[in-house]
Each structure stands twice: as structure tokens, then as C-alpha cells.
Design a protein around this ligand. Structure first.
Ligand SMILES: C[S@@+](CC[C@H](N)C(=O)[O-])C[C@H]1O[C@@H](n2cnc3c(N)ncnc32)[C@H](O)[C@@H]1O
Length: 392
């Protein structure tokens, strides 16, 4: 038995249709009713699968790190870094040296500025100034603090031909007055600057010297806060770096095998095609399958000198670093590769970026879309270290 259907008159149908249209209209118009997705990245490059080697998959080939004595880490958080980025982008846009090829790009400029601002040192020491871009970055972070800059060629020399930066409140040991960091009488210099508390000093190295050598020199002088610009990955770079030193089997993400028929060898071969600085197993492994440092070598001074070291010596170096390390912090890349379009460092050997892939809205909000993509090409795992003498 069928029930009689309720009847809706023409007026009823009209009312229902009007209400439905009104809801639809409100839903589309009001920002309170909708979840807004960021507009699509106009330059978005579709991600190839990991098989083809272009996928970002951060850290998939391991991210070794240096262990600290007591497991301490930095106090700042990703939120602090994001706030910092928002503040730093407009500052970076005013930089006097727009073309800083062979010097720092955006990621490391931000890292240095952020660390200096966080620590608020009374004195900043820089080794390796080139045209003066990093001196300018330090000055932006701490407008009043004294700076000491060591560099064989004085930045003022560049000024004759191109934009460079010479700071008014900086003592230069440069040109004919150049002294290498390891030969400076730091007691005397710090006395002259009225510095008695060495924890109020930040030392920045961008001089392409063996970082183990620099660590020992800094430790001897009593410095505690150090930043190294080029913390090269294993198999790359022109000087022995912390990243290389701490690439060890006993550390998560560290150590390599030179076995050609391995997953690592296959993945590296594919990634080499897409990321300029990625190294395949042929490049990674030197004679006798030596993979540590650069093919078993400990490089120094822009690779003007290099010395073969054994795996056990390499291991000893890492243990020494751990014995003096209070904090080790690698600056993450500022943003994912689908946002920055950088093609040099391999994300498979890097930590997750501050602005992750897919967050175009945030990338844009921070002002990062205003920068030329080339400024994102210089990332080499800048590292901040806090050190103290080994525990007795
Ligand atoms: C990569 S550049 C520095 C870039 C600069 N920090 C910047 O961000 O623009 C390396 C610099 O280190 C300098 N240098 C070479 N040997 C040095 C040493 N023993 N001590 C200090 N600086 C050195 C070079 O002359 C060069 O200016």
C-alpha cells in the first residue's frame, strides 16, 4: 500500500530554492565560511617520484650530526625562526651587495643574522670577509656591537670596482695588516676591546680552513660561541668540516658503504642527475674505498693542502669534537625546493626546511617570493656550535 506523497506547492519550491541559493552565496563570499588554501605556486614543478631522484624527501640519505657532551640543544624554536624570517626578508632586500657570488646567499645570511641577534654578543669576530656581505649581516643584527674582521684582502679594495661593504665600527686585520685567526694574540686584542667575558663573543668562520683546526684554535683562546658557514657534506667542499667529522657509523644518519651494488649507490646515482652537489658512489669513494672527509682526505685552506687520514683518525676526530661540544645546531634550509627552486644541495642529505614544501602561502607571507631564486642556491648546512674544554 503506497502512502500519499506530501504536496509542496510552487511557492514552497520557490522558497526552498531561494534559501539554498542564499546559503551557497554566503558560503562563497564570506571568508569566515571557507577554508582558504594558498594560491597555487605559479612556478610549482611537479615532484618526480623518489625513483627518478627528484623528490625532496628530506634526509632520506641520512643527516649526521655531532653529539654534544650533555645532550643540550638550542633554545630557539621553529616559531622563533619564522618570526625571524619575517623580520629579516625586508632587511636582506636592502643589502648593498646584490651579487654575492662566492659569498653567502639568503639561507646563511638569515642564519648568521638570527644567531647573532639571539645571542646579542658584545663583540663579533669574522674570519673571511670577501666583499663584506657577512660583515653587513652582523651589523644588521647588532647595530652597536664591535666587529673584528680578518681577511687577506681588505673589502675596501673591491669598492673601487663594485659594491662592497666597509663597516665604520670594525677593526680590520686585512690587507697588509692581515693576521690569521690562529696567530692572533687574542688576550691582547680582547683586552683592548674591554672584553673580559668570552661568552659575550661570537666568532664567525667563513675562511675555508679545516674546521677541526679552527675549533682547536678557538678552544685554546677560550671562545665559546662559533658559527661555521660552509659545513660541507661528506665528499664535497674544500676543507674538513663538522658535517664530515660527524659522519660516522655510530651516529644516526652517518657512515657509508662503497659497495656498488647497494641501495645507497643506486639512490645516489639517480640523485646526482638532479642535484648539482649530490655525489654518486664513484665520487664519494676514493682509493681503498675511503669515503670519509673527501675520498679519505682531510682538506684545508681552499683545498690548497690536503692530507689522507685513516678511518680510525677520522673516528678520533669525531670523538674529540664530542668531548668539547655543548651544542651543535645545523641551520635548516629556509624553504622547500618546490618553493625556492634551488637545484644545488641534495635535500636527501638535509633536515626538513623551516618553510616546508607545499606551504606557498607562508612562503609568500614571509616575503620570500620577492627574492630572486638564485639567492637560495648557497646552502651548505651552516652550523652553530657552543663549546667548552673537555670535562676532566
Ligand atoms: C667565501 S669568502 C667569504 C664570504 C663572506 N663571508 C660573505 O659572506 O660574503 C672567503 C674569504 O676568506 C678569505 N680568506 C682566505 N684565507 C683566509 C684566512 N686564513 N683567514 C681569513 N680569511 C681568509 C678569502 O680571501 C675570502 O675573502
Amino acid at each position: 500500500m503506497s502512502r500519499p506523497k506530501p504536496k509542496i506547492g510552487t511557492l514552497g519550491q520557490f522558497l526552498i530554492l531561494s534559501i539554498a541559493l542564499l546559503f551557497l552565496f554566503l558560503f562563497i563570499q564570506s571568508p569566515n565560511y571557507v577554508c582558504k588554501y594558498p594560491p597555487p605556486d605559479p612556478f610549482y614543478r611537479p615532484q618526480f617520484s623518489a625513483v627518478e631522484g627528484l623528490d625532496s624527501d628530506y634526509g632520506s640519505l641520512g643527516v649526521p650530526w655531532c653529539r654534544s657532551k650533555h645532550g643540550l640543544t638550542v633554545k630557539w624554536t621553529t616559531k622563533d625562526l619564522l618570526r625571524g624570517l619575517e623580520e629579516f626578508v625586508p632587511i636582506y632586500e636592502t643589502r648593498p651587495i646584490k651579487n654575492n657570488m662566492y659569498g653567502m646567499g639568503f639561507d646563511h645570511s638569515f642564519g648568521l643574522w638570527f644567531i647573532a641577534r639571539w645571542l646579542k654578543p658584545d663583540l663579533m669576530i669574522e674570519s673571511g670577509a670577501f666583499k663584506g656581505h657577512s660583515t653587513w649581516v652582523l651589523r644588521q643584527a647588532m647595530p652597536e656591537a664591535a666587529i673584528i674582521s680578518l681577511s687577506p684582502r681588505h673589502p675596501e679594495k673591491y669598492l673601487r670596482k663594485e659594491p662592497a661593504y666597509v663597516d665604520g665600527n670594525c677593526t680590520y686585520f686585512a690587507g697588509k695588516d692581515f693576521v690569521d685567526f690562529g696567530s692572533v694574540d687574542w688576550n691582547n686584542i680582547l683586552n683592548k676591546h674591554g672584553v673580559t667575558d668570552l661568552s659575550r663573543v661570537l666568532v664567525f668562520f667563513d675562511d675555508h680552513q679545516n674546521e677541526l683546526k679552527r675549533l682547536k684554535q678557538a678552544l685554546k683562546a677560550g671562545f665559546t660561541h662559533l658559527v661555521f658557514e660552509d659545513n660541507y657534506d661528506t665528499g664535497t667542499g674544500d676543507h674538513y668540516s663538522f658535517r664530515q667529522m660527524c659522519d660516522q657509523f655510530y651516529i644516526k644518519g652517518g657512515g657509508h658503504s662503497c659497495f656498488r651494488d647497494s641501495d645507497e649507490a643506486r639512490t645516489r646515482e639517480k640523485r646526482r642527475k638532479f642535484w648539482e652537489k649530490a655525489v654518486d658512489i664513484e665520487e664519494l669513494c676514493g682509493p681503498g674505498d675511503a669515503w670519509w672527509g673527501v675520498r679519505g682526505d682531510m682538506r684545508d685552506n681552499f683545498n690548497h693542502s690536503n692530507k689522507a687520514i685513516s678511518l680510525s683518525k677520522h673516528f678520533e676526530n669525531s670523538r674529540f669534537v664530542e668531548s668539547v661540544l655543548d651544542v651543535y645546531w645545523e641551520l635548516p634550509p629556509v624553504a622547500g625546493t618546490s618553493l625556492t627552486h634551488q637545484t644545488r644541495y641534495d635535500p636527501a642529505r638535509a633536515t626538513v626546511p623551516i618553510v616546508e614544501d607545499g606551504r606557498y602561502g607562508l612562503f609568500q607571507k614571509l616575503g620570500l617570493t620577492r627574492l630572486e631564486t638564485s639567492v637560495f642556491n648557497g646552502y651548505t648546512q651552516m652550523v652553530y656550535l657552543q663549546i667548552s674544554r673537555p670535562d676532566s
